[in-house]
Design a protein around this ligand. Structure first.
Ligand code: 5GP
Length: 216
């Protein structure tokens, strides 16, 4: 997917005032603006589901990258289930849940996954769809893809709801992108700050107050 196909919300004018939508009272002080209202997220997820189904040639193993990807994953899978491809066929799905942690030490960089190599061997010959919440530098996804390739899947495609526009990017762009966002820390729609804000529906920019209150 090239940048003309995703929604750019990187400028000041894309931010909505908190007065214009409902925010849970317990977070009123903790976010500074709404970047993507929940309804817009849902409409975009429906479009991404359609693009994925149109290009799907057979069964998909849909891999949820935990924890931040779980809401996007759930809504995307629900949308994909309702759609048919160009031949009028629905797409068989199997679901996998992977917790991924990236690491960097003086010798190498890579990722650890919460599923075993034995479980990953099941990916051999399958079409994988990786579902991620956000690509920031791209380091985690590049390392994850490197690791997954060692299990010889038939194909691997990646969708990320958000891609951050940042000078720290390694240039990695997923196959299906929802929105490009500014270089700010966002929360909501399952994206957290120290495990808080997963219960907020809109994608919002965290405030200085929020960063202080929920700091560890
Ligand atoms: P990357 O390896 O692309 O730099 O980082 C990817 C991970 O960093 C994401 O999966 C996410 O966990 C975390 N991350 C990066 N930016 C944000 C952000 O703005 N908000 C939240 N909640 N997590 C972020």
């Amino acid at each position: 997917m090239d940048s003309s196909q995703w929604i750019d919300v990187t400028t000041e004018k894309n931010h909505y005032s908190l007065d214009h939508f409902v925010i849970p009272t317990h977070y009123e002080q903790d976010v500074s603006s709404i970047l993507i209202p929940h309804g817009v997220i849902m409409d975009r997820v429906n479009k991404l589901a359609r693009l994925i189904v149109e290009e799907a040639t057979g069964p998909l193993v849909v891999c949820c990258i935990l924890k931040g990807g779980h809401q996007y994953f759930a809504d995307l899978v629900n949308a994909v289930k309702k759609l048919t491809n160009k031949d009028g066929k629905t797409i068989p799905l199997s679901l996998e849940f992977i917790r991924v942690k990236s690491y960097k030490n003086d010798k190498s960089e890579g990722v650890t996954m919460s599923i075993t190599d034995e479980e990953c061997n099941e990916f051999n010959g399958k079409n994988l769809l990786i579902v991620e919440d956000i690509i920031d530098t791209g380091a985690t996804m590049v390392q994850l893809l490197k690791k997954l390739e060692t299990f010889s899947p038939k194909s691997v495609k990646v969708t990320s709801l958000l891609v951050k526009k940042t000078p720290k990017s390694n240039g990695y762009i997923p196959d299906y992108v929802g929105f490009s966002i500014p270089d700010e820390f966002v929360v909501g729609y399952a994206l957290d700050y120290n495990e808080y804000f997963r219960d907020l529906d809109h994608i919002c920019v965290i405030s200085e107050h929020g960063k202080k209150v929920y700091a560890v």
